[in-house]
Design a protein around this ligand. Structure first.
Ligand code: NAP
Length: 281
């Protein structure tokens, strides 16, 4: 079999960043020196979450977008977080709001996500945005699945008529991923922790998306020869949700870990912040 195609998210994210640099410059020139601003909210001190927020701030800096980092203590209540989000909703300097998932257990994360104004929901986390996206209406897609779609499109991966299996049904990843693929005419199956005989379902897939949150959970032997493999997982040690070592010899294309889905998530968030600024005018 020929070598599988590497769906290189790191390279595509770099390309996206350079087009964004030009867009930020053009925006600045026509808006009296003003640049878009992304507000990031981190609640608590989870080191992985802190690192993700830092990476998103760094990506903003690389393209010339401002970021305002709001760090709230782990003891923050839902009401306090809602008040912070409402302030950002009303702040004309803010074009996008990112609330880093997950928040501490005492917080009602769904209420907090849904408090974000639709036009500032550049990470695509609100129910309203999800519903609009699912119905094919204009909305910012959840950043990770939207980034995966950009990556699949960049490499001309055919979706229409294909069997796609999404393993995971989380609100920010599995569910929106499934609707994005469905909207592009794939025939989609969503699997989850109560799915019976997962290997036999995966065996039918032309496109497999791993969004399980368990390192190397999906085995290469379950994957159909020639399938496209998308690994959304990321775990310490640089492994994903798919056992890529055994999957690569069977697949036609795959996202590496690291350097596949992760950089595309960040590039999509920044791109959607830019779009929010351009839409507001
Ligand atoms: P999550 O909220 O924990 O959801 C995991 C999903 O996997 C759930 O729907 C769960 O089913 C399902 N699942 C668990 N065990 C299963 C099993 N044995 N068989 C089939 N399905 C099973 O995780 P998430 O936030 O969607 O994240 C998933 C992965 O993506 C993680 O590795 C995370 O690190 C990664 N991620 C990466 C990025 C990025 O930018 N690269 C962004 C977000 C997440 P139930 O619903 O039945 O519990």
């Amino acid at each position: 079999m020929t070598e599988p195609l590497v769906l290189n998210g790191k390279n595509l994210a770099k390309e996206i960043e350079s087009t964004l640099q030009a867009r930020v410059l053009a925006y600045r020139n026509t808006h009296g020196g003003r640049v878009p601003l992304l507000a990031t909210i981190l609640v608590g001190e989870d080191p992985a979450s802190a690192m993700y927020v830092k990476m998103k701030g760094n990506a903003c800096a690389r393209v010339g977008i401002d970021s305002r980092r709001i760090a709230l203590p782990a003891s923050t209540t839902t009401e306090e977080l809602l008040a912070t989000i409402n302030n950002l909703n009303g702040d004309p300097e803010v074009y996008g709001i990112l609330l880093q998932h997950p928040v501490p257990d005492q917080i009602d994360e769904r209420s907090a996500f849904d408090a974000i104004d639709l036009e500032k929901d550049v990470d695509g986390v609100t129910c309203l945005g999800f519903g609009r996206m699912a119905m094919g209406e204009r909305a910012y897609g959840s950043a990770t699945p939207a980034g995966i779609m950009k990556l699949l499109d960049h490499y001309d991966i055919e979706l229409a008529g294909k069997r796609a299996v999404v393993v995971g049904r989380s609100p920010i990843l599995g569910k929106p991923m499934a609707f994005m693929l469905l909207n592009r005419h794939a025939t989609v199956t969503i699997c989850h922790s109560r799915t019976k005989d997962l290997p036999s379902i995966i065996a039918e897939a032309d496109i497999v998306v791993g969004a399980v949150g368990k390192p190397k959970f999906i085995q290469g032997a379950w994957i159909k020869e020639g399938a496209v493999v998308v690994d959304a997982g990321y775990h310490p040690g640089g492994v994903g949700d798919i056992d890529l070592e055994t999957a690569i010899p069977r697949c036609s294309a795959y996202t590496p870990v690291p350097g596949g889905v992760g950089p595309m998530t960040i590039a999509t968030l920044i791109m959607q912040t830019m779009e929010s600024a351009e839409l507001r005018g």
